[in-house]
Design a protein around this ligand. Structure first.
Ligand SMILES: Cc1ncc(COP(=O)(O)O)c(C=O)c1O
Length: 400
């Protein structure tokens, strides 16, 4: 039996059960925000300015939470709506609105025939699942280290059936790249044929620092849009999911005056207001940009050794047989093993390590090169992370 097969058998008998499929914060990261749970209690002031957060009101969000996101996104708080626990929920809601009642007076998507959507790849699987669910035809747009292929996008938007694009401009899920200034400018200058074309600018990682705890700025798309009068092109999303507690955080959307009016005219029929006590808790805990930076430095300190470990093992074991991204921040590493991604993921499963399904980072789960594997180092404890990474390397060698 070859040495590699012996190692394979050895892992199998260990009956490992390690799940590396999702990019979740680890328990140490969650612990950083535990003090937030003591801020709003039966003895505290539950008012934000003149708003009693215990009661109905303030559909747009409480003023201090709007200011918080205004600080994070560098956008006036009048152009921000703060909602519930999930930015994905806002994206879904805006897509539903587009289908049911249309965007800014245009016909609903449901009455416009085939809707097409641009999908930079590799990208976020849940974005693609959402547009697949709504029946849109998804079109792959290749990405490089600067962002999506803008020449191709400028060509595609000449088709009036192309109604939008997914973008994760900072620490892109899963490649970790940050869109270059030129890419952001070209998005702001985009002239789509469809008046109801929107860029879904999912800036969920905007407040993340590099693993070294430094700020890595990205051009503010709304500032750029202002230069071309194209503010209506963009919906920008953010949330505290990677700052406090995912699933129990606060989300926000930044949008132009026209888009805000249009969206509120839909939202107002859904609910009276979102969870303002949670908004208050977040506003008091995260306070302002300076406090957020200090908080995010603690996150970076926890994440850095995890990414260092995986990248060190890849360097030791996979040189010349695979390539991978070397992100400066974010939650993922992209590993590329041409024509073998499915086989690697299956081999890992046989050894007790679950990875994100091969193909997940592509529309319809179809990676044309069967090459990309999303590596999520954040959640696992160091010993499990080391084992999982060694298993991945062994799987790559076994299928080569
Ligand atoms: C690109 C991207 N957008 C959105 C989300 C989910 O955000 P939320 O918790 O605000 O719904 C994630 C979570 O990993 C993500 O990676």
């Amino acid at each position: 039996m070859s040495d590699l097969l012996k190692q394979f058998e050895n892992y199998k008998v260990q009956k490992l059960d390690i799940n590396m499929a999702r990019g979740k914060p680890c328990p140490e990261q969650l612990n950083l925000s535990l003090p937030m749970l003591d801020i709003v209690n039966s003895k505290s002031n539950c008012f934000d300015e003149d708003i009693d957060c215990r009661n109905y009101s303030a559909l747009e969000g409480i003023p201090d939470c709007k200011k918080l996101f205004a600080d994070i996104l560098d956008i006036p708080s009048e152009n921000i709506l703060v909602e519930g626990a999930s930015s994905m929920n806002i994206m879904h809601n805006l897509l539903s609105k587009s289908i049911i009642s249309g965007i800014c007076g245009e016909k609903p998507f449901s009455k416009q025939g085939k809707i097409k959507w641009l999908c930079p790849v590799p990208g976020y699987d849940r974005h693609f699942a959402m547009t697949e669910y709504f029946g849109f035809e998804m079109i792959n747009i290749p990405m490089d280290d600067n962002g999506p292929d803008m020449d191709l996008i400028e060509e595609y938007v000449k088709d009036p059936q192309v109604k939008g694009i997914w973008c994760v401009p900072k620490y892109s899920n899963p490649t970790g790249i940050i869109y270059s200034d030129e890419v952001v400018r070209r998005f702001a200058r985009l002239k789509p044929a469809a008046k109801d074309f929107r860029i879904y600018w999912d800036n969920t990682y905007i407040s993340q620092l590099s693993f070294n705890g430094e700020e890595e700025p990205i051009l503010n798309i709304f500032d750029e849009c202002k230069k071309y009068g194209s503010e209506d092109l963009v919906y920008e999303f953010a949330s505290t999911s990677k700052m406090t507690f995912p699933g129990s955080g606060v989300s926000a959307v930044a949008l132009s005056d026209n888009n805000k009016k249009d969206y509120l005219n839909y939202l107002q029929y859904q609910l009276i207001c979102f969870d303002k006590l949670n908004q208050l808790r977040h506003a008091l805990f995260l306070k302002d940009k300076k406090t957020i930076i200090e908080h995010m430095k603690k996150h970076a300190k926890i994440l850095k050794p995890k990414f260092d470990l995986v990248l060190k093992i890849f360097d030791e074991e996979l040189k010349d047989i695979a390539i991978w991204s070397k992100p400066t921040g974010g939650y993922f590493i992209s590993l590329y093993v041409k024509d073998k991604a499915k086989e690697v993921v299956e081999k890992c499963k046989e050894m007790g390590v679950t990875l994100t399904k091969a193909g997940s980072a592509y529309p319809y789960r179809k990676d044309p090169d069967n090459s990309h594997i999303r590596i999520a180092p954040t959640y696992l404890a160091d010993d499990e992370l080391e084992t999982a990474t060694r298993v991945i390397c062994l799987a790559v060698k076994l299928v080569k």
